[in-house]
Design a protein around this ligand. Sequence first.
Ligand code: UFG
Length: 330
Amino acid sequence: MKLLVVGGAGYIGSHTVRQLRAAGHEVAVLDNLSSGHAGALPADVALVRADLLDPEAVKAALNAHQPDAVIHFAALIEVGESMRAPGRYYRNNVTGSLNLLQAIVETRKIPLVFSSTAAVYGTTDAVPIPEDAAMQPESVYGETKLMTERMIHAFHVAHGLPYTVLRYFNVCGASPAGDIGEAHPSQTHLIELACMTALGQREKMMIFGDDYPTPDGTCIRDYVHVQDLADAHVLAVEALHAGQNVATTYNVGLGHGFSVREVLDAVDRVVGTPLTRELAPRRAGDPPRLVADASRIVADLGFSPRFTDLGEIVQTAWNWHKGHPHGFKQ
Ligand code: UFG
């Protein structure tokens, strides 16, 4: 298959590009490189530097590369920033996605796999969370992903666009070879921050609240390894290309969670020294427990995550950060 991977130079995109190529597919990437890195891509991948807010450039890329399917990762992803700069998030994530959808139906009506998030659910009592749980996003970021999901479905109904939506839980880890990994302009994710702290780039780890209704009082999340998530994209796009599971939404997670303390304990074991920890107030908008019901993707697509051990997950993140303390060179 020939694929156009939009946002393919980012953290999840770059791991997916690798897995797609390993599965024998031909890949071109469209990315504005606002947070992605050309250095995260194999040197021989065609890279179109363009923005989804430029509809003509998007159409030109579809015409030039003639893909059989599109995978769409390009988005701004920071929950806190989305509350301070909603206009940027709605414009980039919603208008950008709309331009892509419009370009696809105007040029080549090919399948689309879309990166969504567990943030579409907001606080929910469901444990684990099935795909049909109520959706009440608590952030502008989650709202932009939900709006895009709904736009995609409307394009499916009106124009026959085949699609799969993947709702990620807490994506983490890095390529086991340690050569690509997470490198965001501003870091907010627990495992990444803990690695930066272990490298001495931060003084200590803050635990945002230990009075949640969980066994150790800290929040529980479902940490899915980026390489397993990349495999989920390969499965999803291959099924769509074969005409299967069209217009389906899948949670992608392990189906069980780890607490903040369990994650920090695992980091301590992997790096070999205990990080300084400090208890801080709860962070606004953090639900106590977010764990995927991932049974649908297991049943439909045969999703079978290989990284289920927290220590192994953290080890891959640590290998990447230790080898690249300042991220990518380009
Ligand atoms: N945490 C700390 N200290 C830190 C950083 C995080 O205690 O320094 C805690 C958070 O309060 C939370 C947990 O660690 O309880 C995980 O926090 P992250 O920031 O790593 O991830 P989130 O759960 O907030 O969000 C991530 C993605 C969202 C996605 C969500 C789905 O960023 O886009 O997972 O589960 F929606």
